[in-house]
Design a binder for this molecule. Structure first.
Ligand code: NAP
Length: 330
């Protein structure tokens, strides 16, 4: 079968690899679509913790169960599924345990025609989603759901700011927050992406490349109950300024590195909570899939590439050209 492999830093190719054999408790899934996350780019650049080559990226996928290993009910065969990429969370809802891993490293990922996975990681595909939409859901959906609800506890009518709306996770956070009845504002480097976010239910947005954007937002009277960020860097201090008293800033990435300054006095005096989050537990996963079904949320698919055009797909994500998820099909 064909699979996409990283053989060294920035060396991406399609390889012929053996079809995996599902072991006890596993099913063999024929991938219909897989999606990229920024983590796959960090892997390609050799910047992901623990990366060794060769490696097969891909945390997201949708497909059909083709066969099952010992101990698995044969009724799984033929089921249309999505894959939960969060492995071994453990039984503490507050944080993942020591055995937590994400599909795609160290375990070979979804950028392959077939993948063998524990059936416990498989969930019925939401029926309103196409294969590409379903593949776009897992990692971004899970991360955004836990950030917005399990961690930041967003309530109806609260004001939320979501930064870098071009990001797959940010867009899903937007869709969750709109469905919850919150007032959503976004930031982006692109006015066009802000305009598209408004068509998805955002009330407004700010271009973070414009100096003084946060001052403009503050002068317009904006103070946010919840702020969702994955950029960090020197823009993080501005987010503290924009948080309402008692506000919650939740973050799951540091694309721009650590903030050079953490304004301690502002944070404690204004009772602001800084909340770290990563992916989600099995309960977050089940709640997210349920929420998507209840609200008919459809992940935004930016671009679809066939496996032989994987290099183009990665390049698009590296330059941040997408709006929503980049999907690959075998
Ligand atoms: N901890 C976890 O479980 C977890 C899960 C998923 C992702 N992440 C991390 O979260 C980050 C985003 O991941 P992703 O897969 O959603 O990435 P992505 O789809 O590649 O999105 C990256 C986006 O970051 C935004 N951005 C870049 N610089 C920014 C800045 N200075 N201020 C605000 N936004 C900025 C850009 O938004 P615009 O195009 O709108 O400017 C860009 O589109 C990465 O660091 C990733 O490693 C962590």
């Amino acid at each position: 079968m064909h699979a996409i492999q990283l053989t060294a830093i920035n060396e991406l190719s399609i390889a012929d690899v053996p079809v995996p054999e599902p072991i006890r408790g596993e099913a063999l899934v024929r991938i219909k679509a897989a999606a990229l996350n920024h983590r796959d780019v960090w892997m390609k650049l050799g910047q992901y913790a623990g990366i060794t080559f060769p490696a097969r990226p891909g945390s997201d996928g949708s497909g059909v169960v083709e066969s099952v290993g010992p101990g698995v009910d044969p009724q799984w065969i033929g089921r249309e599924v999505i894959i939960n990429p969060s492995f071994g969370w453990g039984d503490n809802e507050r944080a993942q345990g020591d055995h937590f891993t994400i599909l795609g490293l160290p375990r070979a990922g979804t950028l392959a025609e077939l993948i063998a996975l524990p059936v416990a990681q498989l969930t019925e595909k939401p029926s309103h989603l196409s294969w590409t939409e379903a593949a776009a859901l897992p990692l971004a959906g899970l991360t955004a759901y836990r950030a917005v609800f399990s961690r930041a506890q967003l309530k109806r009518n609260e004001k939320i700011l979501i930064t870098g709306i071009g990001s797959g996770v940010a867009l899903f956070a937007l869709q969750c927050a709109v469905a919850q009845g919150a007032e959503v504002h976004v930031t982006s480097s692109s006015d066009e992406k802000i305009a598209r976010a408004i068509t998805l239910g955002a009330k407004g947005g700010f271009n973070y490349t414009h100096a003084g954007w946060a001052t403009t937002a503050a002068h317009a009277g904006h103070r946010f109950d919840v702020i969702v960020d994955s950029a960090g860097g020197d823009g993080f201090e501005l987010l503290v300024d924009l948080a309402a008293p008692g506000g919650r800033i939740v973050f799951f990435g540091a694309t721009r590195g650590n903030p050079p300054v953490l304004p301690m006095r502002k944070i404690f005096w204004r009772q602001i909570s800084l909340l770290g989050t990563t992916m989600g537990s099995s309960s977050d996963w089940a709640a997210m899939v349920d929420f998507v079904g209840q609200h008919w949320i459809t992940p935004v698919v930016s671009d679809v590439f066939t496996f032989d055009r994987a290099a183009e797909a990665f390049a698009l994500m590296e330059k941040g050209g997408q709006f929503g998820k980049i999907v690959l099909t075998p």
